[in-house]
Write a protein that binds this ligand. Structure first.
Ligand SMILES: *Cc1c(COP(=O)(O)O)cnc(C)c1O
Length: 452
């Protein structure tokens, strides 16, 4: 009864998987926000290095991982594939439950997989500083780690409420040597404009994106890094699924269903795309996105062109969206509060190659607590979403008397989210029922806005 399936460092995959050339329906191009014409590679040069721009549009199925990136990955990779025997027993299910434990990275989540790669490509092209935004701080801390390991300055615009209420990820960003400013800040036009309108503006992810992009576009040797949604981010995350496939080969098994929490889609794409590759080639495997009922992008959004930020500065992406002005309720899974979704995952969803389910916050925390009590590890609130999905799959297997194999992405640990657990355990957590009218209103506004 082997609990953990390991790969040696030698067995770590040497390439990332790029699904773009194998998508049944090619993606619609991103559009320039001013001209509404398809984006040209030059449009991105002010904020991204050439290697990343190439990867964003690449037709190469397997892209070699640079030696230096492999070397840094080996600080914590390959990550273990773990059989959750105790959870299976507690559920009385005939299903086999496995999780890919991405919480063992120094930042505690899957996010360093792309942070390291992005910092590397910027470094070799002579960039000295990276800017980015962060909400609760998972992405900001991952990029700060990458900056420390690769010798780059990192400047993080952190949504002001989180900066004030969640001081410990802010401390990690400092510890790894990066600068971090509450957004809105007085360092950018976008920030100054917001502060002039309302000096007490609590900030938002969209506003912080506007600040970070402006900072990068207006400073020499300074680029911007994004932690999710874009094609190159999902590409770097495929190391998760590629490792998992090798681990299943070792034990002669293969998952019937693969689940992951979905915010912008990077950990879901990371674990799921290598399996969707098999599915496109006829394999019987289901991949499922788990999202919050309060921000149900894939389950209730529309598939259309939309901006990535409130200020409409980013290119328009063809994706499932709730509208760039949609303000999701302040649920505790901060990483899942994004109005849009990865264009790759959106197209796969449209083509029936990806399923999606939404859950409410309290049932999600209940699942996370059961996991912590049986398997020991405390999951991040984002990860709890996947666990709720896994439990439902396992109970369905029990009902049907089927012995299926379930895999999910344990995207991160919840050690910095204990205030949320306190709230749940004290019975003071609330479910945010999102009125249907609110989604409809936001989507209507989006359609009106769409004079493309
Ligand atoms: C950021 C984050 C997510 C959601 O982001 P994706 O890009 O959808 O993966 C999920 N889990 C954890 C632990 C995160 O930090």
């Amino acid at each position: 009864m082997e609990r953990k399936i390991f790969l040696s460092e030698d067995e770590m995959p040497r390439y990332w998987y790029n699904i773009l050339p194998e998508l049944p329906t090619p993606l619609k191009p991103p559009l320039n926000p001013q001209t509404k014409e398809p984006l040209k590679p030059e449009d991105l040069k002010a904020i991204f290095p050439n290697a990343i721009i190439e990867q964003e549009m690449s037709n190469q199925k397997e892209i070699p991982i640079p030696e230096k990136v492999l070397e840094i990955y080996s600080l914590w990779r390959p990550t273990p594939l773990v059989r959750a025997y105790n959870l299976e027993k507690a559920l009385g299910t005939p299903a086999k439950i496995y999780y890919k434990n991405e919480s063992v990275s120094p930042a505690g989540s899957h996010k360093p997989n792309t942070a390291i790669a992005q910092a590397y490509y910027n470094k070799i092209e002579g960039i000295t500083t990276l800017t980015t935004e962060t909400g609760a701080g998972q992405w900001g801390s991952a990029l700060a780690l990458a900056g420390a390991l690769l010798g780059l300055n990192v400047r993080v615009y952190m949504v002001k409420v989180s900066y004030e209420q969640k001081p410990f990820r802010r401390s990690m960003i400092h510890l790894w040597g990066a600068e971090v400013y509450p957004s809105p800040s007085d360092r950018t036009e976008a920030g100054r404009r917001a502060l002039k309108e309302d000096p007490n503006n609590p900030g938002s992810l969209g506003l912080a994106i506007s600040e970070a992009v402006e900072d990068a576009a207006t400073h020499n040797n300074t680029n911007y890094a994004l932690g999710s949604v874009l094609n190159h981010v999902l590409l770097h995350q495929t190391i998760i699924g590629l490792e998992a496939k090798k681990q299943f080969e070792k034990i002669g098994d293969y998952p019937d269903v693969v689940l992951a929490p979905c915010g912008g889609g990077s950990n879901l794409g990371g674990i799921g795309l290598p399996f969707i590759r098999d599915k496109i080639n006829g394999k019987d495997v289901r991949v499922v996105a788990i999202e919050p009922a309060s921000c149900p992008t894939l389950t209730k959004g529309v598939f259309t062109y939309d901006y990535g930020d409130v200020a409409q500065m980013t290119p328009l992406l063809y994706m499932y969206t709730l509208g760039h002005k949609f303000m999701p309720p302040k649920i505790h899974a901060g990483g899942l509060r994004y109005h849009g979704d990865s264009p790759i995952l959106s197209q796969l969803r449209k083509d029936g190659l990806l399923d999606a389910v939404a859950y409410k916050q309290k049932e999600v925390f209940e699942a996370g607590v059961l996991f912590a009590k049986t398997e020991g590890v405390v999951p991040a609130p984002e990860t709890c979403h996947a666990i709720k999905g896994v439990i439902d799959e396992a109970l369905k297997a029990k009902e049907e008397g089927k012995e299926k194999t379930i895999l999910f992405c344990f995207s991160g640990h919840g050690h910095f989210d204990m205030a949320s657990y306190d709230l749940y355990l004290s019975g003071n957590m609330e479910d945010y029922e999102l009125p249907e009218e609110e989604i409809e209103k936001s989507i209507k506004e989006l359609e009106l806005n769409k004079k493309l």
